[in-house]
Design a protein around this ligand. Structure first.
Ligand SMILES: Nc1ncnc2c1ncn2[C@@H]1O[C@H](COP(=O)(O)OP(=O)(O)O)[C@@H](O)[C@H]1O
Ligand SMILES: [Mg+2]
Length: 460
């Protein structure tokens, strides 16, 4: 700046020097007085110019200080700072330009802030987890869903290495493959000691302006989807197995009879074939009933159902079976009970399954009792089936309503069970918005209580 401000001074001095030379030369041609006057005017003008120059330099310095201070405030983040100079100031147009730049910068910063906020809102409201990793596998961005899915405890995961937070070598290997080879990898992650939770991670390379490629990980909770798949696979395997056993028996006996039509034990073999065919038929019936209930494809005939009448009918149907097994079937239902809302056929099927089980799992000499309960508000009525049978271990109680679950497979099979009865019962109760309670003690007996609503409802 100093060099620049000094230039006008040298110009003025140069001018004075020239005018002095002129003043010295002029008397030689015009006379001494004119020369003296000329010299005085030149010097007076020169000194005036010097003074004005110094003043301008001081003003300029002042403006430059103002401009510098404003730039410093911007650098410190105060983009609201502006610089205003005198209109005459040669730096005024520069100040205007700088103020305009500050306006534009403020607008851009505001836009960027809004974009960032929008991105953060989207990321935090996403159900999928998102993590962005640098090339060295440090976390540069992570959303709430990812923190929840990976059960991350670290208070500020940003900047940490993946292994510090998600201690899983499988995931780290996948991330290294992505950043190293530039490929996309999909892998599953489960918390240690809990493989019922499955998080599906898709990891893709992310090219960044600096450093090697990083990675972006998208995590999705697929636990229930996987569970459904597993249940479906189990179900297909179970059905195949249940059908295969009677089919093998039928096939074996039929081949024997075909080989020797005069086989002396033919009647017994035919009986066994018939038994196995009946077992298959029962299984298919139960499967169809279950499928209709699960897919709600069954027309429900909602009406007020008299439980006393329904239970009497069921007891009549099953009395023979109880007697044949040396059991007493005791109906203690009162003559009149508040009607419940439901489908009489479905409720009858429910009762048949519960009473048949009580008979099936009670040894000769035992007793099966039916009675009822009512809640004080009169909104629910319960039918209770109690037996003095083999009972159910506590550890199995939670599972007996699962399809094909049996405490003792051989015993269930020997007495013609399909393993689907209680699954059907559960669905019928759900359809009726009721509930079932089970109490049991091994060797003493079981008690199944079904609560049904007396309130009218029409929907399926
Ligand atoms: N009253 C009961 N007493 C003892 N065990 C029972 C009783 N009811 C059900 N269970 C147990 O629950 C299992 C499932 O019952 P269910 O679904 O009706 O199938 P199953 O065709 O084997 O009877 C039975 O195999 C049996 O182990
Ligand atoms: Mg059964």
């Amino acid at each position: 700046m100093n060099g620049g401000a000094g230039l006008p001074c040298w110009g003025i001095l140069g001018g004075l020097a020239l005018s002095t030379v002129a003043a010295v030369v002029t008397p030689l041609t015009h006379g001494a007085i004119e020369g003296g006057i000329l010299l005085a005017i030149a010097w007076a003008w020169g000194i005036g110019q010097l003074r004005a120059g110094r003043l301008r330099t001081a003003l300029l310095q002042e403006s430059v200080v103002q401009l510098t201070e404003t730039v410093d405030r911007w650098a410190a983040g105060d983009l609201e700072a502006r610089v205003y100079l005198d209109q005459e100031d040669p730096l005024d147009s520069l100040a205007h330009g700088m103020n305009r730049v500050a306006e534009v910068l403020m607008e851009r910063t505001r836009d960027l802030g809004q974009d960032k906020e929008r991105l953060e809102t989207i990321l935090s409201s996403m159900a999928n987890g998102i993590i962005i990793f640098s090339h060295s596998l440090a976390v540069t961005l992570i959303n709430q869903a990812a923190i929840r899915l990976f059960e991350i405890q670290a208070p500020s995961p940003q900047g940490r290495n993946v292994l510090e937070m998600i201690r899983d070598t499988g995931l780290t290997d996948a991330l290294e493959a992505v950043t190293g080879q530039g490929i996309t990898v999909t892998t599953d992650w489960s918390p240690a000691e809990n493989d019922s939770v499955v998080v599906e991670c898709t990891i893709a390379p992310l090219y960044q302006p600096m450093g090697g490629p990083g990675a972006v990980l998208v995590a999705r909770d697929v636990s229930s989807q996987r569970q459904v798949n597993r249940l479906r696979q189990d179900f297909v395997a179970n059905v195949s197995h249940e059908l295969q056993t009677p089919l093998t028996v039928i096939k074996g006996f039929t081949e024997t009879l075909l080989d020797d039509p005069d086989f002396e034990r033919q009647p017994r073999f035919l009986e066994l074939i018939n038994e196995e065919a009946n077992r298959m038929s029962r299984l298919v019936d139960d499967l169809l009933a279950l499928s209709r209930l699960e897919h709600h494809s069954l027309p429900v005939r909602w009406q007020a159902v008299d439980l006393t009448v329904l239970v009497e009918g069921t007891v009549t149907k099953l009395n023979g079976r109880a007697e044949a097994q040396g059991l007493v079937l005791n109906n203690r239902l009162p003559a009149r009970l508040p009607a419940v809302w439901g489908d009489p056929d479905l409720l009858s099927e429910l009762l048949i399954n519960l009473i048949a089980n009580a008979i099936q799992y009670t040894a000769s000499g035992g007793r099966v009792t039916l009675d009822s309960l009512a809640d004080p508000a009169g909104e629910m009525v319960a039918i209770r089936v109690t037996d003095t049978g083999i009972g159910i271990p506590q550890s199995d109680l939670a599972r007996i309503f699962e399809r094909f679950y049996r405490v003792d497979r051989a015993r269930s099979r020997a007495s013609g069970g399909t393993g689907l009865g209680l699954a059907i019962v559960k669905h019928i109760i759900e359809l009726h918005h009721g509930r079932i309670e089970v109490k049991s003690a091994v060797g003493q007996g079981s008690e199944f209580t079904v609560w049904l609503s007396t309130r009218e409802r029409r929907e399926a």
